[in-house]
Design a binder for this molecule. Structure first.
Ligand code: BMA
Length: 394
């Protein structure tokens, strides 16, 4: 009997030792009236409040690999340059739907989960994209054209209710739900994340793109996705609608495939700088375009009470010394955006990087960008997940 008591006490002690951070415990993860966790709603409220103060810097796959390294612990190219982690980290769920243990870029989901929890515990935010395979052709997220072209145009229809891949697709969403539900601290607190599926749909390179399905089908895809995630008990996700930078030139066009206010929390777009090395006119053009896109985005987001963000950007290979402060910053700081996320620093694709790393030609300029008044990194954040932050009170 006595041994049993000691064993129970030891187990309870272990449970508490294992439960790190903010005295959180399982009972302390309440649901808000919306059916999402209170922390998820707090995140949304704080993102809305924070846009007046500054914008967060984000980086895709930041802590899992970088230029010249892969899989190290406590490492980040961004941190190596400015001694702070990005406020936002992006990860991609592609191949989770297949039941694989690593994503399409080789990142183990187990590691991803750990990094998502760590980013939450240090007060930062996480956004998840999903380059999922094509359930009808068995190909990738990207369309092939050619022989597969006809099937690719049928893919969205095939996953909707009544379609031949509907059941398979629901099973794929269930896998995403399992992953989202598994994002928990050691105390059982679910980590709020911004889920950003069906992105760049104004282009026609993904099977859910502009010329591959109708606006009604695209909207139905969103509704189906969210309905299923909800049925699967996902209570920790905000949702981002993010166009490409092509096609839409005004608010009505931006909203052409918008599923509706009840489905979306963040409005954004993906827009890249494609200047050749030394082409200052093309660099300036990028800033100009960003400016135009941001003006439209921020106006439409305000009308719909949504959070505006540059959900993806970057200059592949950052082929100029002052890209951050001369071309990215001027457009960003004019507008009340929540965050700007640059794409990944690949470790196995030479030249395919969008964030800084030590020795890269723009590294010094990135430090100036880091120090700029309006840029926010993880140490600048004031608990995005509590009910009232100083930012929210301002
Ligand atoms: C693309 C490239 C690819 C990558 C994909 C998903 O833009 O970076 O190499 O596989 O994103 O992360």
């Amino acid at each position: 009997m006595r041994t049993r008591k000691i064993l129970i006490m030891a187990a309870v002690t272990l449970l508490f030792i294992g439960c790190k951070g903010n005295n959180e415990n399982k009972a302390d993860d309440p649901l808000a009236a919306s059916g999402r966790t209170q922390r998820t709603e707090n995140l949304l409220a704080n993102l809305k409040a924070q846009v007046r103060k500054g914008y967060m810097y984000g980086h895709q796959d930041d802590p899992v690999y970088g230029v010249g390294w892969v899989g190290d612990e406590n490492r980040s190219d961004v941190k190596s340059v400015c001694n702070d982690y990005p406020a936002v980290m992006g990860f991609d769920l592609g191949h989770l739907e297949l039941g694989d243990s690593t994503n399409l870029d080789g990142v183990p989901f187990r590691r991803m989960r750990k990094e998502i929890v760590s980013q939450f515990e240090r007060g930062g935010m996480v956004t998840l994209s999903w380059h999922l395979d094509n359930p009808l052709t068995g190909g990738t997220a990207w369309v092939d054209g050619g022989e597969k072209g006809e099937q690719e145009r049928q893919t969205v229809a095939s996953v909707l209710e009544g379609g031949e891949k509907h059941e398979l697709f629901l099973a794929w969403i269930d896998r995403v739900a399992d992953f989202l539900n598994s994002l928990q601290t050691s105390c059982g607190v679910k980590v709020p994340v911004l889920f950003r599926p069906w992105h760049e749909h104004t282009g026609s390179w993904f099977w859910w793109g502009q010329n591959l399905c109708t606006a009604e089908q695209y909207k139905a895809l969103w509704v189906l996705t969210e309905k299923r995630l909800k049925e699967d008990g996902v209570t920790n996700a905000l949702f981002a609608y993010s166009c490409g930078s092509e096609y839409w030139q005004h608010e009505e066009m931006y909203l052409e495939r918008y599923p509706g206010d009840e489905y979306i929390d963040v409005m954004g777009f993906d827009h890249y700088c494609t200047a050749e090395k030394g082409d200052t006119a093309a660099l300036a053009k990028y800033t100009e375009q960003l400016d135009v896109l941001l003006a439209t985005l921020c106006s439409v987001a305000e009308k719909h009470d949504k959070v505006p963000a540059i959900t993806e950007t970057g200059y592949e290979g950052i082929k100029c010394d002052n890209w951050w402060t001369a071309y990215l910053q001027p457009a960003c700081e004019k507008f009340p955006i929540s965050y700007v996320l640059t794409w990944r620093n690949a470790h196995n694709k030479p030249g395919h990087f969008y964030g800084p790393y030590p020795g890269q030609q723009s590294a010094e300029d990135f430090v100036a960008f880091y120090k700029a008044e309006k840029t926010l990194f993880v140490q600048d954040l004031n608990d995005l997940y509590s009910e009232k932050t100083p930012q929210a009170e301002e």
